[in-house]
Write a protein of this length. Structure first.
Length: 277
């Protein structure tokens, strides 16, 4: 705006100096046309420079694609509003460590009691809530992400596919994950985003072929999106026969035990090290 105002001032000053009394009228008219064209083209150039290029971070702002969230918002607000408000209260009273890694997602994030020890030397901020799905995590993405100034975002959600009729499709999960990554890029453009592969578990192993399709979508999304990474973990939780390693889970055969979290943290730290160091 300041450049345009300055340009206008210069243009008016030049035009005043082109006076028919100082030169033949034809010459004055020609100069006036040339000066007008020059300043017009220069103004167009300034406008183009100030407009974000297609595909830039500003152009990819998440507000341009929020319509799809409408179908999930009512259910998410009814089911998880209180959980999100509890996390927001923590944001008020707890100060984030400098250059922390923000972990968001479902109960595997929430239940990780040893995360501060397991993730050393990284400082962490833990914001998980039980039962989270990518569809509602997308609804609450700004409320979970915007209060924090983090050096990287790590996301793990494992409830969209459970072998039930109401399961979400791989396409729905990918759309929500893409949106979450967009929210993070808009808030912290320099902070990479990591999606952790969904873990194979005994309780949901009948749905594993469908869960693998979701993992494939998350991996492809990470490969095609700037500063977005996929953390492969599934193979480490399967035995040589391709079945879940029960010794890495608590009795519900869904959530990790301490040994499972130790293995998980090694895989996560390895990927963080490659990108951040």
């Amino acid at each position: 705006m300041k450049k345009n105002a300055y340009l206008k001032t210069v243009y008016l000053h030049v035009c005043k100096s082109i006076h028919p009394s100082l030169m033949p009228s034809r010459v004055a008219m020609s100069l006036y046309v040339c000066v007008t064209c020059f300043f017009f083209l220069h103004a167009v150039g300034l406008a183009a420079q100030s407009r974000p290029a297609k595909g830039s971070l500003r152009d990819m702002g998440p507000e341009i694609a929020t319509e799809f969230l409408v179908q999930y918002r009512e259910k998410a607000m009814k089911r998880w509003s209180q959980d999100i408000e509890t996390l927001e209260q923590r944001d008020v009273v707890q100060r984030d460590p400098e250059d922390a890694i923000l972990f968001i997602g479902s109960s595997s994030i929430r239940r990780w009691d040893t995360i501060e020890i397991d993730m050393r030397p990284y400082q962490v901020v833990q914001r998980g809530y039980g039962g989270a799905k990518y569809t509602d995590l997308a609804v609450f993405a700004k409320r979970l992400i915007y209060p924090h100034e983090y050096s990287a975002l790590v996301v793990f959600v494992a409830n969209d596919v459970q072998g039930k009729p109401e399961d979400h499709s791989p396409e729905q999960v990918e759309e929500c994950a893409r949106y979450i990554a967009g929210v993070s890029r808009k808030h912290r453009p320099q902070a990479p985003v990591f999606f952790i592969e969904i873990t194979p578990t005994r309780k949901r192993f009948s749905a594993w072929p469908f869960i693998r399709k979701v993992n494939t979508r998350l991996q492809k999304l990470s490969l095609s999106t700037p500063a977005t990474y996929f953390i492969p973990t599934a193979d480490h939780f399967l035995d040589p026969s391709g079945n879940p390693r029960d010794e890495l889970f608590v009795d519900d055969q869904l959530h990790l035990n301490s040994d499972g979290y130790k293995k998980w943290s090694i895989l996560i730290r390895r990927e963080l090290d490659e990108v951040l160091q």
